[in-house]
Write a protein that binds this ligand. Structure first.
Ligand SMILES: Nc1nc2c(c(=O)[nH]1)N[C@H]1C(S)=C(S)[C@@H](COP(=O)(O)OP(=O)(O)OC[C@H]3O[C@@H](n4cnc5c(=O)[nH]c(N)nc54)[C@H](O)[C@@H]3O)O[C@H]1N2
Ligand SMILES: Nc1nc2c(c(=O)[nH]1)N[C@H]1C(S)=C(S)[C@@H](COP(=O)(O)OP(=O)(O)OC[C@H]3O[C@@H](n4cnc5c(=O)[nH]c(N)nc54)[C@H](O)[C@@H]3O)O[C@H]1N2
Ligand code: SF4
Ligand SMILES: [Mo]
Length: 680
């Protein structure tokens, strides 16, 4: 029996037990002793061994022999692969400057070493352009910082104490299933559970109430709730006086958002808004589980800011089981500087901090960036040809003949098909790494549980080898994984005090010192916001709600041509595009959920092939008329591999290149489309 940690981009960051016989894994299960994993895994990772031993796994370095995107490759040796890459990167850096090279990565693995360790050192030393990693959560994170100055969260273990739980843009059963037992426990103790989501997900279907909000209108709902709370004096006056500033300004501001108006903006009835606000303010403890669904709209960042004011206004943070849970990631105060070494940029050929390019704008970046243009792209832990917005422009960029592309992958993704060189990498079961869980407060460490296929290497190893090939002789490139982990853990921050590599080696999972062991973490119970006087400031400057351009109340011309709002949210049983090779994933992600009325006027029934389109392109899906979306909304569970679609166009062919109000994030869920029935 070996220990491991699930490295997928999921808040639960599960502790795994792997049964190994003669060097081969025979069983994978959730660690019963882990306080969050509690002995079970989600359905997708319960079958991870199918992926681990899949015959389609990449096992050798490859060189492209066909056209870009075609997927014809020849096997080459590691020496040839690394020499080719080093030679091309040198040549590009010499000719155009190192900023012509761009790394592109996200959270294919959540491991710190393989996700933001040796790779960062390599690109810093090279002087490559830096990547702003906005693809998921940057708008919401910006909103949280606007509201509270810091992104701390309620502990999931306190949820059973709550008497009201609101899942706000959070599909708990689909994307965060280890929170569910805590919700179940709370309900057994008498709690009510509500869901605010334009889609009636499995989570919504099991709720006491489902509020089918119009996409992108959450800021209006939060302001409307505060209108009721303040006008009826349901806020926590003591907490507000002691620990906040600006409540009078907030009170004035929310007068523009009476329930009648908010009803028109959100599609939620006036009485329901009033009822929800009263119940939220008067039920103690009250917990909001805000996930990232809200933040993927044009107004997503400010919406999160407005929602984050609710538990401050009602003093919900005072109670165990009260407050808000969005992401716990900021409590993991690792020594990022030691890990990533940004100072290496000074030693690069560039000699200064490199420019920053936004990953959500990859299409535009590849087409328009100048001085220098991007001439080399090194992709790892990500599949941009499938997951980045405005796919047509992304793929046009990847097809450029004057772009040298390297892809580090486990599978032949659509992105790998555009690569000049493909490098086969290990899975999380095969390498060492250090992990944070963004839905809990446990640091974890994993050693290889399984032998890696002979010609695969970890990202850490690959960037180490590339550094040597490039002639970088800095000592940091000789660091072992253990050296890197020790460096990352040694931050001097009290949350990490006493959490050493030795302790992790023994215990595998260690709770951060966010509170004394016998106490619970209540970060704002007594104020303690990171301002000079510790007060949270209600700042209303950015909180003027206008509907997203791409929404039913948005741009008139657009909504006439494309009257349906598409939400291409996460598929319950896959992980972004990571399980795209599976037939089951294809089955789920080839569907378009439609409301009965919207389907009927178009003569569409379940099982019909439909064309979903807007000015950016069209995608072929199968209709599923299931009553699980509000009228005017369609849902496309995502993300399918584009190469598996009938016209090889993935769902992000339809999504917009527009960025969020703050944080520079993508706007996947502000997307107007039209749908028509079409033959097979
Ligand atoms: N099974 C599975 N689990 C996953 C993933 C996966 O792909 N599959 N992905 C992982 C990743 S990368 C992330 S970031 C997390 C994300 O986890 P979540 O944030 O929970 O996932 P999403 O599906 O993006 O959004 C949650 C819900 O928000 C709803 N929503 C969309 N627009 C709006 C809106 O304007 N307002 C409101 N109130 N709700 C809205 C969607 O319908 C969806 O049901 O999940 C992780 N876990
Ligand atoms: N339409 C639509 N688009 C979306 C979203 C959506 O909800 N709808 N969600 C967005 C969000 S929230 C996110 S976070 C992004 C996620 O987008 P990505 O970060 O691209 O995530 P995945 O699609 O899961 O692809 C991760 C890839 O990393 C590879 N990988 C795994 N481990 C390793 C490793 O150790 N080394 C290397 N080199 N590769 C590895 C996997 O094989 C996989 O192909 O997608 C975004 N795009
Ligand atoms: S994807 Fe999430 S729920 Fe599933 S095993 Fe991994 S960490 Fe656990
Ligand atoms: Mo994400």
């Amino acid at each position: 029996m070996k220990h491991s940690v699930c490295a997928l981009d999921c808040p639960d960051c599960c502790s795994l037990l792997v049964t190994v016989q003669h060097g081969k894994a025979t069983k994978l299960r959730g660690n019963p002793d882990h306080p969050i994993t509690r002995g079970f895994l989600c359905a997708k990772v319960a079958q991870y061994l199918e992926r681990e031993y899949n015959p389609e796994r990449l096992l050798h370095p490859l060189r492209r022999v066909g056209a870009k995107g075609e997927g014809r490759f020849a096997r080459i040796s590691w020496d040839e692969a690394l020499d080719t890459i080093a030679a091309r990167l040198h040549e590009i850096a010499d000719r155009e400057g190192p900023e012509a090279i761009l790394p592109y990565s996200y959270a294919g693995t959540m491991g710190l070493l393989n996700g933001s360790g040796m790779d960062r050192r390599f690109f810093h030393r090279l002087g490559a352009s830096r990547l702003d990693r906005t693809i998921c959560s940057s708008a919401g994170n910006a909103g949280m910082l606007e509201a509270m100055g810091v992104r701390y969260s309620l502990e999931p273990e306190q949820i059973p104490q709550a008497k009201l739980i609101i899942a706000w843009g959070a599909n708990i059963l689909g994307t965060n299933v280890h929170l569910w037992p805590f919700v179940v426990e709370a309900r057994r103790n008498g709690a009510k559970f509500y869901v605010i989501d334009p889609v009636k997900t499995r989570t919504g279907a099991l709720a006491d109430r489902w509020y089918g909000i119009q996409p992108g209108s959450d800021m209006a709902l939060a302001l409307g709730m505060m209108h009721v709370i303040l006008n009826e004096n349901l806020h926590d006056r003591e907490y507000v006086i002691e620990h906040t500033r600006g409540v009078e300004d907030l009170r004035r501001h929310v007068q523009d958002y009476p329930p009648e108006r908010v009803a028109a903006l959100t599609g939620i009835a006036k009485e329901e808004i009033i009822g929800l606000a009263r119940e939220y303010a008067t039920t103690k403890p009250a917990a909001i589980r805000l996930n990232y669904g809200v933040n993927r709209s044009e107004r997503g960042g400010r919406a999160v800011q407005a929602i984050a004011y609710l538990p401050v206004l009602t003093g919900a943070w005072k109670d165990e089981g009260g407050g808000m849970l969005m992401s716990t990631s900021q409590t993991f105060q690792f020594n990022r500087l030691a890990l990533e070494m940004p100072e290496l940029q000074q030693r690069s050929a560039l000699g200064r901090e490199a420019r920053v390019l936004n990953m959500a704008e990859l299409g535009r970046v590849l087409a328009e960036t100048r001085n220098p243009p991007v001439r080399a792209l090194v992709v790892y832990n990500s599949n941009p040809a499938a997951i980045a917005p405005d796919q047509t422009s992304v793929r046009r960029g990847l097809t450029r003949d004057d772009l040298f592309t390297v892809v580090l992958e486990q599978f032949e993704t659509d992105t790998a098909h555009y690569a000049d060189i493909v490098l086969p990498v290990t899975t999380f079961l095969e390498h060492t790494d250090l992990y944070l869980g963004y839905g809990h407060h446990y640091v974890q460490m994993a050693r290889p549980a399984l032998p890696a296929p002979p010609e695969t290497k970890s990202n850490v190893e690959i960037f180490r080898l590339l550094a040597a090939r490039m002639g970088f002789d800095d000592a940091c490139f000789d660091d072992s994984e253990d050296d890197m982990m020790r460096g990352a853990l040694d931050s001097g921050h009290p949350f990490l005090e006493g959490i050493t590599l030795e302790k992790l080696e023994r215990e595998r999972s260690v709770r951060l010192n966010v509170s004394a062991p016998e106490e619970r973490f209540r970060p704002f119970a007594k104020g303690g916001f990171p301002t000079p006087d510790g007060k949270c400031e209600f700042r209303t400057g950015g909180l003027h709600y206008t509907p997203p351009v791409e929404s039913r109340l948005g741009d008139e011309k657009l909504r006439e041509a494309y009257p349906l709002e598409m939400v291409c949210s996460k598929n319950d049983n896959s992980m972004n595009s990571t399980f795209g090779h599976r037939a089951e994933t294809d089955e789920d992600t080839s569907k378009l959920w439609m409301h009965t009325g919207d389907a009927a006027v178009r003569g569409i029934e379940t099982g019909d092939q439909v064309r979903v389109f807007n000015a950016r392109g069209s995608v072929l899906l199968k209709a599923s008329v299931n009553g699980a979306v509000r009228p005017g909304v369609v849902r496309a569970p995502s993300v399918r591999w584009p190469k598996h679609s009938p016209n090889r166009a993935g769902i992000n062919t339809l999504t917009s290149p527009r960025l969020t109000d703050i944080g520079g994030g993508p706007t996947f869920y502000s997307c107007l489309v039209q749908v028509e029935k079409c033959g097979d």
